[in-house]
Design a protein around this ligand. Structure first.
Ligand SMILES: Cc1cc2nc3c(=O)[nH]c(=O)nc-3n(C[C@H](O)[C@H](O)[C@H](O)COP(=O)(O)OP(=O)(O)OC[C@H]3O[C@@H](n4cnc5c(N)ncnc54)[C@H](O)[C@@H]3O)c2cc1C
Length: 423
């Protein structure tokens, strides 16, 4: 049925990278088909930023963005210069989606709804007449000499002159990104840097963490220790879950913890009051205790901590919550002080791909031209998005990478088509 049409470009995967690639190519005049295996586009995009979609970062310094991606970040030099943070914000603003900047330079839609981000993208596709086929699972790509000729889906074949693979990584597979693209890339001659989950919540050995489930802490610092040696540190926002720790700084430190776990036990210490050193915090506690000397211990931390945390800290301090504050001994006060500065957990394990926000590893960057996103192995093949070996921290960096690489792939796959046709 689809055989008679030969598209300029077939884009595989209707996530942020694929939609940006397809729309960009079509806006430049290409005849584009977008193939998505789910019943809808952007399933993962809808759950980003807890349903609010942290579209990008407000950090506009290309050098800082590149360094946020670690050693592979240099690859992003060209994509970020071509379609960087300002271009992305302008893309959405100029299409009617107002944005705002929150803590940590995170950019969100003013409406706090990821559906509104997706709406802009699907309107972009419609406006430029991208043919979108949903419920079509790509099974394989067929190459003859150095050119891909067609892709086989579960509902027939699709023919095109150029192909852009944007099938995502292997994180959160329930959204459709189940790593399918890696095997096609390999079958076409590309090498894959072994995919591993990253930005993952942590399970703790302390089961009582459940009592803190849902509590979010801002402006705390966390330190990971192995054999009493400091291994990594982060400052910012975190969250307690039913069985451990999550939230931005935990997710960002998780890759390092994963590596450390291979060598033995890892402890995470949370400094609940990083702005005050031990003596200053002690003075503050003494002042609070004097002010509330006739109150019960269970109320002693009301001015210092969120409500949910107080019974847990008092319980760990082993001070009778029903006794009066004025009977707290110096040793007991010291125990509270240490709990506030070194609220410690032992890592049980990290979650796997099912709960990971991103994938580390993917299509080897050495085999992709970063100026065009074109494969160095197959003539008419491009890649964009999470499928390539790039992963950044939380804060909108990963989506920025998808917009930048998607844009570049779409733009270049079409210019190649026009050149070929001598237009
Ligand atoms: C819970 C969660 C929250 C996140 N929050 C943020 C955030 O706020 N900000 C941020 O920057 N990043 C966030 N991320 C990361 C971000 O979602 C990803 O970086 C981004 O979605 C990757 O885009 P992509 O287009 O490369 O891949 P995907 O979004 O995974 O899209 C790939 C598409 O390809 C389709 N596909 C796969 N195989 C086939 C096949 N065989 N045939 C046809 N189609 C196929 C999939 O169904 C999917 O729709 C979050 C991730 C998760 C899991």
């Amino acid at each position: 049925m689809m055989k008679e049409t030969i598209y300029d470009i077939a884009v595989i995967g209707g996530g942020p990278a694929g939609i940006m690639a397809a729309g960009t190519a079509a806006a430049a005049g290409a005849k584009v088909i977008l193939i998505e295996k789910n019943e809808a586009l952007g399933k993962k995009l809808l759950i980003t930023g807890k349903g609010r979609c942290n579209i990008t970062t407000a950090n506009t310094d290309p050098k800082e963005i590149i360094s946020a991606f670690g050693k592979n970040g240099r690859f992003l030099f060209s994509p970020i210069h071509t379609f960087g943070v300002e271009a992305v914000i302008d893309f959405f603003n100029s299409r009617g989606l107002a944005t705002k900047v929150e803590r940590g330079q995170r950019v969100f839609p003013v409406t706090d709804k990821s559906e509104d981000v997706l709406k802009v993208l699907t309107t972009f596709l419609k406006k430029h007449k991208v043919k979108t086929i949903k419920n079509h699972k790509v099974l394989s790509l067929f190459k003859k000499r150095k050119q891909i000729k067609r892709v086989e889906t579960n509902h027939g074949e699709v023919y095109a002159n150029n192909f852009i693979i944007c099938a995502g990584g292997a994180a959160y597979p329930t959204t459709g990104s189940s790593g399918d693209g890696y095997k096609w890339a390999e079958s076409l001659g590309h090498s894959i840097v072994s995919p591993t989950p990253t930005l993952i919540p942590i399970r703790t050995k302390e089961k009582w963490v459940k009592e803190l489930q849902g509590l979010s802490l801002k402006n705390v610092s966390i330190t990971a220790y192995q054999d009493n040696k400091k291994q990594a540190e982060r400052f910012g926002e975190m969250l307690f879950t039913h069985d451990g720790l999550s939230g931005p700084i935990i997710l960002d430190i998780s890759q390092k913890i994963g590596k450390l776990l291979a060598d033995g036990e890892v402890k995470i210490s949370i400094d609940l009051k990083p702005a005050l050193d031990f003596p200053k915090l002690d003075t503050r506690i003494q002042r609070d205790f004097q002010k509330m000397s006739n109150k019960l211990v269970r109320n002693s931390l009301d001015d210092l901590l969120p409500k949910k945390l107080i019974p847990v800290i008092i319980d760990l301090s082993k001070i009778d919550p029903e006794k009066k504050i004025n009977s707290i001994t110096k040793t007991e006060r010291n125990r509270i002080l240490h709990l506030l500065k070194e609220f410690s957990f032992t890592v049980h394990s990290l979650y796997d791909f099912n709960k990971a926000i991103a994938t580390a590893g993917g299509v080897n960057l050495k085999e992709i031209d970063s100026k065009t996103m074109k494969s160095k192995i197959v003539d008419n093949l491009y890649f964009a998005g999470e499928i390539i070996d790039l992963n950044g921290p939380t804060g909108g960096y990963n989506l920025q990478m998808c917009w930048s690489t998607g844009y570049l792939a779409g733009k270049n796959a079409f210019s190649k088509t026009t050149k070929k046709k001598g237009k």
